[in-house]
Design a protein around this ligand. Structure first.
Ligand SMILES: O=C[C@H](O)COP(=O)(O)O
Length: 318
């Protein structure tokens, strides 16, 4: 991970002055989406890069120790060995960036990865994920328990009520407390952008989260009706850029929710490269939060290596 963002005193003047130009954001997002991602021969390498940035996620009511174990094994070997061998990448130790689970499943994931001698981090969602509508005391306790069980990354959700009512100092204070409860664990702050109403709120919530010491800002829980979209990402990465220019601290970015295709993964990489540069194109600074993306990436790599799709998957990437 990049050096921890220490945060700063809440700069309410900066936060209150922000106005986002919606038209400019939409135009820029359209440009990024329309980019030819990379020449065909480079696409497989880009897809492998995307794999190394995935927080491989299961966040279901029916999660059990066994499906969490399978998730961990997939995280350890996300792409079939024979496919990697054909690309001369079999000895590169390609894994996903982390696994991401509910707090009650952290111990299962830690056990599975430890048994496999792996140091892949376990991320836990916390603070009343996904809605965040539980008392502060229990949200804080949830963070502490997940860390105690071995999570080294905590994905907190912000209190949308505070953001929607413009209580930025209150939001800052809560996130500060989560930061403290995380201890040495890295903190990713989920804005749940689909519930923030305006781009201006998204920008303000991004700034406040970074000022309060977040190591990453993350778009969504995957449970809102609108999750990771490119326009919202433009707003968030520009907030990251502005925060960096002001403080010298690089905060990471994690789009999450509804990211399912290899093509989308490539667009996210392009967006990061064009908006923040190569320094943000590493698992330390960029994560894709996804439960169902890996399958499509593997199919596209299969196509790259064999020239055809597996029998159960006929649709080519656009
Ligand atoms: O934090 C990650 C998201 O919950 C994953 O969302 P997804 O299941 O739509 O990929």
């Amino acid at each position: 991970m990049e050096e921890r963002n220490p945060g700063m005193d809440l700069d309410l003047e900066w936060v209150s002055k922000v106005r986002v130009n919606t038209q400019a954001v939409l135009k820029r997002a359209q440009q990024v989406q329309g980019r030819k991602v990379a020449k065909k021969q480079w696409q497989a390498a880009w897809l492998l890069k995307a794999v190394t940035c995935i927080d491989l996620t299961t966040l279901s009511g029916d999660d059990t120790p066994s499906n969490v174990h399978r998730l961990c094994m997939k995280a350890l070997q996300p792409i079939r060995h024979d496919l990697l061998k054909s690309m001369d990448m079999h000895d590169k130790g390609i894994t996903t960036a982390a696994v991401c689970v509910y707090p009650s499943r952290v111990a299962d994931a830690v056990r599975s990865l430890k048994a496999a001698n792996s140091s892949i981090p376990v991320a836990s969602v916390a603070t009343g994920f996904p809605a965040g509508q539980t008392p502060l005391k229990t949200r804080l306790e949830e963070v502490r328990l997940a860390v105690e069980d071995g999570a080294t990354e905590i994905d907190i959700v912000i209190n949308r009520t505070l953001a929607l009512t413009g209580q930025w100092a209150g939001l800052y204070d809560e996130i500060r407390q989560f930061r403290k409860a995380c201890g040495d664990a890295h903190m990713k702050t989920i804005l749940a952008v689909g519930e923030l109403g305006t781009f201006t709120n998204v920008y303000k919530a991004s700034l406040v989260s970074m000022m309060a010491g977040s190591d990453f800002i993350k778009t969504s829980t995957g449970k809102e009706s609108v999750n990771a979209t490119y326009p919202v990402a433009i707003v968030m990465v520009r907030a990251i850029r502005d925060y960096y220019l002001k403080t010298g601290h690089k905060v990471g970015f994690k789009p999450a929710g509804g990211i399912r295709t290899a093509q989308e993964a490539l667009v996210w990489l392009v967006l990061m490269k064009e908006e923040l540069g190569d320094q943000w194109l590493t698992p330390h600074m960029f994560r894709l939060g996804a439960s169902s993306l890996l399958g499509d990436i593997e199919r596209q790599i299969y196509h790259y290596v064999t020239g055809r799709y597996p029998a159960h998957y006929e649709l080519p990437m656009a």
